[in-house]
Design a protein around this ligand. Structure first.
Ligand SMILES: NC(=O)c1ccc[n+]([C@@H]2O[C@H](COP(=O)([O-])OP(=O)(O)OC[C@H]3O[C@@H](n4cnc5c(N)ncnc54)[C@H](O)[C@@H]3O)[C@@H](O)[C@H]2O)c1
Length: 383
């Protein structure tokens, strides 16, 4: 850690003095000429041709292939991202731009960064760049950017759906129908209205705020915890109350929704002790990142009934292995990572990636809110 900080400050000092050594200039915008750009996305196989707007998969390749190749760039797209024999590994030594997506993340480790001598730019097709070792990226002078805002509506809508699925105890009823059963009592004994319940969001940035707006008509008690208080107008509009102390908010909540990025401060934030601070019977929705939760603590709390329902679409690692314990714990309503990759979201993040590439080729800056690592500095919430 100390070494990394030294590297960053050396980098900053060299940058400002204009005497930047070649290894520390990787953040600078690309010079002209043909570039090797690698995209890592999920594969769609038989689904690829079912929708012409399905751009977020390997086959769709963000619909930027013709545009890139017409400018002489070399664009390789794959879903094969793990292990020394993978397609991604073959290109690590000479790729200049890596585009990947949280739905099928290429894990950009410090070791990969070290070997990727030509890498300058890592773009996230979506939001959340925790699959990149951001400190290592900063120390190496890489630029990391994402398409901020691209899928926030998609995620907020999905969270609202998950809250309702858990509160109404929807899934057991669905499974009864599929398996030919009919047992109203088996669902009704723990099905509730959302009205009057207390919902707290941990993180009230773009997604958290959209969720609070969408929850307002349900007449819940709305709480939020964030490192920054929202402006009073928004609090008035939604009726959401600020809770400076997370541990003071949790015992009040019937539903807790996680909406922070995965950072050094939020990794494992919900461990055994913190989950124990929640009400018995609490419902959790987590579309933020799996590693914000302690995996085993969630399993134990779902098994004991302390957590009465857990729903989300984020796991660690992804794809989740067949033996991931969240697949088998009781009272879960999990899906693969899907909420932010609706067709609408894909079109928005594909356009955002194309815009950043275009700016990169022209030596122009990106929209300020897109930067996660720039010139050796991490965005403030990742520090
Ligand atoms: N499941 C999906 O498909 C999907 C899609 C998009 C985003 N996400 C996840 O959701 C996260 C949030 O997205 P967003 O667009 O709302 O981001 P955002 O940057 O607009 O909001 C994040 C909020 O979290 C707060 N925060 C950060 N660290 C905190 C801490 N330690 N304690 C309290 N609050 C803290 C910030 O102050 C900010 O208000 C992303 O970083 C990503 O991990 C998931």
């Amino acid at each position: 850690m100390a070494m990394k900080r030294v590297a960053v400050s050396v980098f900053q000092a060299l940058s400002s003095s204009g005497g930047v050594s070649s290894t520390l200039t990787r953040h600078l915008h690309g010079s002209g000429g043909s570039k090797k750009i690698v995209g890592v996305f999920y594969k769609a196989n038989e689904y690829a041709k079912l929708n012409p707007n399905f751009v977020g998969c390997v086959e769709g390749a963000l619909h930027i292939r013709d545009w890139l190749e017409s400018q002489g760039h070399h664009y390789i797209v794959t879903d094969d991202k793990e292990g020394p024999e993978s397609e991604l590994e073959k290109h690590i030594p000479d790729l200049e731009v890596l585009i990947t997506t949280p739905f099928h993340p290429a894990y950009v480790t410090a070791e990969r960064i070290q070997r990727a001598k030509n890498l300058k730019l890592v773009l996230t097709a979506g939001i959340g760049s925790d699959h990149v070792d951001l400190n290592a990226a900063a120390a190496a002078g890489l630029t990391v950017a994402e398409v901020t805002g691209s899928n926030v509506v998609s995620v907020a809508e999905d969270e609202l759906m998950r809250i309702l699925i858990l509160v109404r105890n929807f899934l057991p009823g669905y499974h009864q129908v599929i398996s030919g059963d009919w047992n109203v009592a088996g669902i009704a004994y723990r099905a509730y209205d959302l009205e009057g319940k207390t919902v707290g969001t941990v993180g009230a940035g773009r997604i958290g705020r959209l969720l609070l707006q969408r929850l307002k008509p349900f007449n819940c008690n709305l709480l939020y915890h964030d490192r920054i208080r929202i402006d009073p107008e928004f609090e008035k509009e939604t009726g959401a109350k600020f809770e400076e102390d997370l541990d003071a908010m949790l015992p009040k909540c019937d539903v807790v929704v996680i909406n922070t990025p995965l950072t050094d401060k939020t990794r494992g934030l919900f461990d055994k002790e913190r989950i124990a601070k929640c009400k018995r019977g609490v419902l959790f929705v987590n579309n933020a990142r799996g590693a914000i939760m302690d995996t085993q603590a969630v399993v134990d709390a779902c098994s004991s009934g302390h957590i009465a329902g857990y729903s989300g679409d984020v796991w660690y690692p992804q794809p989740a292995p067949k033996d991931h314990p969240w697949r088998y714990m009781p009272n879960q309503a999990m899906t693969p990572h899907i909420s932010g990759t609706t067709i609408d979201a894909q079109l928005r993040y594909a356009a955002g990636v194309k815009d950043m590439l275009d700016r990169y080729f022209k030596g122009q800056d990106f929209p300020a809110q897109n930067y996660i690592v720039k010139e050796g500095e991490l965005a403030s919430q990742y520090r």
